[in-house]
Design a protein around this ligand. Sequence first.
Ligand SMILES: Cc1ncc(C[n+]2csc(CCOP(=O)(O)OP(=O)(O)O)c2C)c(N)n1
Ligand SMILES: [Mg+2]
Length: 823
Amino acid sequence: MPKAVMIVPQECRRSGFVDFKPIPVNQYNKSVKDELKRFSKEDLLRILRDMQIIRSFESMLNEVKLRRQFRGIEYDHRGPAHLSIGQEASAVGMAYHLTIADHIYGSHRSHGEILAKGLSAIHKLEDGVLQNIMQNYLGGTCLRVVEKDALGTVKELAIDYLIYGALAEIFGRDAGFNRGMGGSMHAFFPPFGIYPNNAIVGGSGDISVGAALFKQVNHKPGLVIANIGDASLACGPVWEGLCFATMDQFKELWDKEHRGGLPLIVNFVNNFYGMGGQPVGETMGFKILARLGAGMNPSQMHAERIDGYNPLAVIDAIERKMEILKRGDGPVLLDTVTYRFSGHSPSDAGSYREKAEVEAWQKEDSLPAFGQSLVQAGVCGADELTRCKEYAENLIFKAFKKAADCNISPRANLFTAGCLLEKTMYSNQKIEVLDASRKPEVLIPKEENPRLKQLAQRSRSAFDVQGARLPKSKCVGIRDALFEAVIDRFYADPTLVAYGEENRDWGGAFAVYRGLTEALPYHRLFNSPISEGAIVGTSVGYALEGGRALVELMYCDFMGRAGDEIFNQLSKWQSMSGGVLKMPVVLRVSVGSKYGAQHSQDWTSMCAHVPGLKVVFPATPYDAKGLLYSALLGADPVVFFESQRIYDQPEEFVPGGVPLGAYEVPIGEPDVKKPGRDLTILTIGATLYRALEAARTLEQQYQISCEVIDARSLVPFNYEKVIASVKKTRRILLASDACERGSFLQTMAAKISQFAFDELDAPPVVLGARNWITPADEVEDAFFPYPADFLDAVHQYIVPLRGYTPARVCDEDELLRRNREGI
Ligand SMILES: Cc1ncc(C[n+]2csc(CCOP(=O)(O)OP(=O)(O)O)c2C)c(N)n1
Ligand SMILES: [Mg+2]
């Protein structure tokens, strides 16, 4: 389907100017008196109360960090505490109008936002709903601690619950909101619409976009707010997130039911500092942060600077911006001006800012200033301010006493088999359909799909009925097998979306998705900007909200651009949530060839190294289809490696070839592709075929019978079959196209030595690519393991081959030399 927008040279070359509209700066100018029609006295006092609770909470933490005690109770909190003293009005204003369908994502400095959003939710929810949430969340562990001395109303109990749950999480306790596995910088509580906060500066910049995408695609109510710092504006994920969030296609190409800008507010909590660096005047050039909205799209992201020192100004802005989002004209950018009196963390000596500056902001401190304005407007008397402070301080002290006490609030036991982290690194669930209430949106019946019709003409196997090898073009290959699994899941799971660069009309990288464009509406299959970070980061947000995403990065080398999202986000949230959240994301990447050093790397070991990711690398169509089914039916993040060398490879191991229907290949189970007696060869990825070639030569010329095992998965990995094979053959060679140093093969070799030391007649030998850049295709045989290298390695290190002359020098002296020189 060609693009809707025709690029007309006369239009593109016409002279003119780009117009910008003025960006409002602190335009709110009402007094409390003016607002008495809009807010009841109770509302205004509640705003004050919420600000005071945050202030008291953060002041308590400050005290604990600085003096290791609070009100006479000693406590050593070793973890972080990035406090937001001074920023309370911005948090309370932001949360005031939000319902639990509105989800906030935040940063390392989000205690205030968590409390503000929680208090706002408690105010709006009915008692029964609140009780239900508290009783059911994580089996009621947190509730059991707070209900013991509960005397008041359900709402009062819920406030105790909120403060204790957040504090217990900060202190790393089992009864905390994330069972102590998130801690200060990651704490969250989804039942109140409080979604993950992030220790990676700007981390929520793209995750929140994925959350808004989920709402848009799946017609979910509510909006998403990303509360991120002013200094995070320089981060890649934030820029990529902004570009992704403002794509034209949402408003121009998506079908009528799904058309419209994302329901997202990117709220820069502008306290004018990073840690010690100053965006304005030092590390950035924008002067007024809101300016940045103007560059993103013609609506300028409705950018505004607002006074985050006045809760009413923030409430007013959020209310207006919510209207914009409701009419489908998002996303919105807010520059919420505020100031933190506290240091970046309590150990911050404050050497980077003048005392006079802090004092000037303290003089205008929003908490007493708002209190005074209430008194002046006749909302309350001065004594009410004192009462409010006392109330908040008692509340905090009550929670502190419980959270600091190891008997009342023990930590999760992580020392036993089956402990919390063992259970939550992966959810290991099979969830066929993430939303059974809806039918998947598709454009044509599956049977009418042109690619499936074409594949029906092809052989499912590499061989004809007589056993003769067929031309590849007549067979179902790996790319087709992948396509079959993908399209099948699209007709089953309504939440499934696929996106990445060139995913739609182009047919996906290496034509894997050819035939999907005809089948799927835009909102389920679309092109993303060239933003690898945001491709993965948005998929994280999409999954955190309850959807399933299949995202793709073309070349595995491009994972470098998405390193944070893959290694710090995708891998972490299931366990950092204490098992509350799932991460059903499949990230497809392919290992290239021919295109040189930045397009031909096998980076499996990086993914296998970081706990929390499942990693697979099928090398046959049968395995590719079955593993993709398993990945797309699971609820864990799977990095799905493919090899560009073998996309057209037909099935030659499974009799009858690739089954037509659905089936699963379990993740973590290697497969014996060829049985043998004398030598085990364990391969990862496309090296399988070169190993088989080497095995043929070893058998025919040297009478060494080889058992060839395809690892198929790296994480998890069941060693049983490999150990059983080694017990039989007593020798093992491990091969893959990854550079040898630090490769996953080395881990496997070490494990095999450990598990089968007594069974081995020779050490496990690793044959990887050279520790170089990948050279040009014409000379790549000097780099990747080729059949001759297998024979060399066997001859040199495992069993001498009679009459064999090594093709290359690879003796011990040579390997020692290479190591000495780092090559
Ligand atoms: C990717 C990344 N880089 C650096 C840091 C260290 N760091 C933590 S907070 C911070 C400053 C962030 O400033 P801003 O985004 O304005 O948020 P604020 O602390 O002002 O709330 C830095 C540099 C980090 N956590 N993550
Ligand atoms: Mg800042």
